[in-house]
Design a protein around this ligand. Structure first.
Ligand SMILES: Cc1cc2nc3c(=O)[nH]c(=O)nc-3n(C[C@H](O)[C@H](O)[C@H](O)COP(=O)(O)OP(=O)(O)OC[C@H]3O[C@@H](n4cnc5c(N)ncnc54)[C@H](O)[C@@H]3O)c2cc1C
Length: 367
């Protein structure tokens, strides 16, 4: 029997949408060209940090704040339904400035953020020491962002796939979607495992989404392009609980998982899907991280990894239905897909459920 919905891409976005749809009683099939949760959603650091990311008023900014508000309930529900533990901590973030000009820019950003509802306050030198005793340098100033949080994206993915399986979602790994052919009431997906049909489909293939051609009622329909922005991260082992809040300075950040894994980031390169670690970039992140937290120098060689942030031209996600066709776009979450997963899943699943209810009423002749 055909599923109601086919979801292309089993990263955090596709999988959380599939979970919400399955909770509503729809039959869902989740397809992934590789391994579920094997790409950006495996690589991500897991900061849920409007304080570091949201600066100007936009739909995207509102959406990020909404998703942050949804997170505690999202994680609690996932953990309860899957039985999988999820390392989620609402520890806040400290952002430091070392030069006066940096401090002025940071204070100005905080003023703009306050208007949007992102709260922060200045920390005195004593408060800074209390919150980050391991900080390595004198600062020109520091801000405290109480609402920033962090989560382990790999644990979220494990819980999401368990919840999906538990609700009967068929997860097909190693199946690449190569074409969407859409008519008003049907989605036909050409895939490496042959053609598949459903009443509707979701395109959530991260940085690869824009590569997949879409045809609507016999005519090619361009969709927004997507491209990868590669990022490196380094993992160190420190004593659990030794870092406290997220620590940020410019493009450098540090955060710690419950088990002591301390993650240092990051970099940003547009080099296509090149999976080779760049040793120069790894050294640069290590240098910046050790300057912030000298204790890392004694933590041994860090473990580096990289991933591909899914970007679009505007650097904002594409979350909407394709006009006149049963296809929803859910890609381009760039640096914030872990943060944006709950709100994306809520928005897309509600739209799909509402449209399938309208379709079934129309079939029954009540609309
Ligand atoms: C270094 C780094 C640090 C990050 N840090 C953070 C952070 O701190 N906080 C935060 O919120 N976000 C962070 N992000 C961003 C976040 O990881 C991404 O935005 C998010 O994981 C995107 O999820 P996704 O499901 O859209 O994409 P992905 O996780 O990439 O999933 C897409 C899936 O689609 C599959 N696929 C591809 N092509 C096809 C096809 N043709 N057919 C079927 N399947 C296909 C892939 O195999 C993949 O599994 C970071 C990213 C990186 C790289």
């Amino acid at each position: 029997m055909s599923p109601d919905i086919l979801v292309a891409g089993a990263g955090i976005i596709g999988t959380s949408i599939a979970w919400r749809l399955a909770q509503a009683g729809l039959r869902v099939c989740l397809l992934d060209a590789g391994k579920a949760g094997g790409e950006a959603s495996w690589a991500g650091a897991g900061m849920l940090a409007p304080g570091g990311e949201v600066e100007d008023r936009s739909d995207w900014a509102e959406f990020a704040l909404e998703s942050r508000r949804l997170y505690p309930a999202f994680v609690a529900e996932l953990a309860a339904e899957s039985g999988c533990p999820i390392d989620f901590k609402e520890l806040g973030a400290v952002e430091v400035a070392f030069a006066e000009a940096e401090w002025r820019a940071l204070a100005e950003r905080a003023r703009k953020q306050a208007v949007l509802g992102v709260s922060s306050r200045c920390l005195s030198p004593v408060e800074l020491r209390e919150r980050v005793p391991l900080l390595g340098r004198e600062t020109a100033g520091a801000l405290w962002f109480p609402d920033d949080a962090l989560v382990d994206p790999r644990q979220v993915m494990r819980a999401l796939t368990a919840c999906c399986r538990g609700r009967g979602v068929e997860i097909r790994e190693g199946v690449r979607v190569t074409y969407f052919t859409l008519s008003p009431r049907e989605a036909l997906l050409e895939t490496s495992a042959g053609p598949l049909t459903a009443g509707a489909a979701v395109l959530a293939a991260g940085a690869w989404s824009g590569e997949i051609p879409v045809r609507v009622n016999g005519a090619e329909r361009p969709i927004p392009e997507s491209f990868p922005v590669r990022g490196h991260l380094l993992g160190y082992l420190l004593d659990p609980g030794s870092l406290g809040p997220i620590l940020r300075h410019g493009q450098t950040y540090l955060l710690q998982r419950a088990n002591g894994l301390t993650i240092a980031g990051t970099s940003s390169e547009q080099v296509g899907f090149d999976r080779r670690l760049d040793r120069g970039i790894v050294r640069d992140i290590a240098r910046r991280a050790c300057e912030l937290l000298p204790r890392l120098r004694a933590a041994g060689e860090p473990q580096p990894w990289l991933g591909f942030r899914p970007a679009t031209a505007g650097l904002h996600p594409e979350i909407r239905r394709i006009e006149g066709a049963p296809l929803w776009l859910a890609y381009g979450h760039y640096r914030n897909g872990i943060l944006l997963a709950p709100a994306t899943a809520q928005r897309v699943s509600r739209q799909i459920i509402a449209s399938s209810e309208t379709d079934s009423q129309a079939t029954a002749g009540t609309v």
